[in-house]
Design a protein around this ligand. Structure first.
Ligand code: AMP
Ligand code: MN
Ligand code: MN
Ligand code: MN
Length: 291
């Protein structure tokens, strides 16, 4: 068990169901000592999470999971240790939020054409009002008994080729990694097994990711099997990428995935946190660096 580090989680600032405060409390209770909040395309929950983590004596790593379009598909890049006040990062995320806002309305219009009314309003009511993602639509349709679970909604309505799918341009890989680096962070390619890439395409993706300055690969994550973890541990070693571990937790409604229950990284990986400083040392170092 590797209960101590969980470097990929969501809150109500994006499509998680726990507030940042409740997420941090639950993680701490589960034995997580270093937690990253990595909401989709926003850092809006980070300040609340940091405050609670400080009170509880655990480390909160400010992060975000950035949506990227790479070769006509969507891939996710997690940024860790972000300076969330950095203007380059925030300008980049603001652009993605603008696209998300339009996309949510467009999904609503497309579902209306399928005879599903009020989906935009329903999804918005399940969100924090600013970030509306496909997950909010999925939860609304399940509430309306139009599907048994969110996985079914995605399959029938929200994935490429289905009536509620809206194609669009997220960040380029280069831009997303650039914003993360500008904000002093480390870029990690999230849940690589989810992309369904051939080995050749995966090597191309990892190569480009590294060229742009990406440093980490999510080896252990909620959607990876043990085989996936071993496979991507090897990729990490061969591509000289650091290995990350994060649950991709979205809330207690998904009881098969709990905080603080991640398996360990396979042998031979270098954990991305290998040279992270203890929080007290880190703030001292930052103070020293700022003179
Ligand atoms: P979005 O960024 O709004 O396009 O939504 C992506 C999010 O939808 C992911 O982070 C997951 O939380 C969720 N998601 C994607 N695919 C599925 C699926 N097949 N079943 C359930 N949830 C999914
Ligand atoms: Mn999500
Ligand atoms: Mn993701
Ligand atoms: Mn995620």
């Amino acid at each position: 068990m590797n209960a101590s580090h969980d470097l990929h989680t969501h809150s109500t600032a994006s499509d998680g169901t726990l507030t940042p405060e409740a997420l941090v409390r639950r993680a701490a209770a589960a034995g997580v000592t270093v937690l990253a909040l990595t909401d989709h395309d926003t850092t809006a929950g980070v300040a609340d999470a940091v405050a609670v983590a400080q009170a509880l004596g655990i480390t909160l790593v400010p992060g975000a999971e950035i949506s990227v379009t790479w070769g006509a598909r969507t891939v996710h890049v997690v940024g860790l240790h972000l300076d969330i006040s950095h203007p380059v990062l925030q300008a980049g995320l603001a652009g993605l939020m603008t696209f998300r806002a339009w996309r949510a309305e467009e999904i609503g219009r497309r579902l209306a054409k399928q005879g599903i009314g009020q989906a935009y309003e329903g999804a918005k009511a399940l969100s924090n009002g600013t970030l509306i993602g496909r997950t909010h639509f999925a939860r609304f349709l399940v509430q309306q008994r139009l599907a048994l679970d969110t996985a079914e909604v995605f399959k029938r309505f929200l994935v490429s080729g289905k009536p509620g799918h809206v194609a669009g341009q997220w960040a380029t890989l280069d831009a997303a990694v650039g914003w993360i680096r500008a904000a002093g962070g480390q870029a990690v390619l999230a849940h690589p097994a989810r992309y369904g890439l051939t080995r050749t395409r995966m090597l191309t993706l990892l190569g480009e990711f590294r060229e742009h300055g990406g440093v980490g690969l999510e080896v252990v994550t909620g959607s990876h099997s043990r085989d996936d973890a071993f496979n991507f541990a090897r990729h990490a070693r061969e591509q000289r990428l650091l290995a990350s571990a994060g649950s991709d937790y979205h809330g207690p409604e998904h009881p098969w995935l709990e905080l603080g229950r991640l398996p360990p990284l396979p042998e031979g990986c270098t954990p991305i946190w290998h040279d992270w400083l203890e929080p007290a040392v880190r703030s001292h170092a930052l103070l020293a660096a700022s003179g």
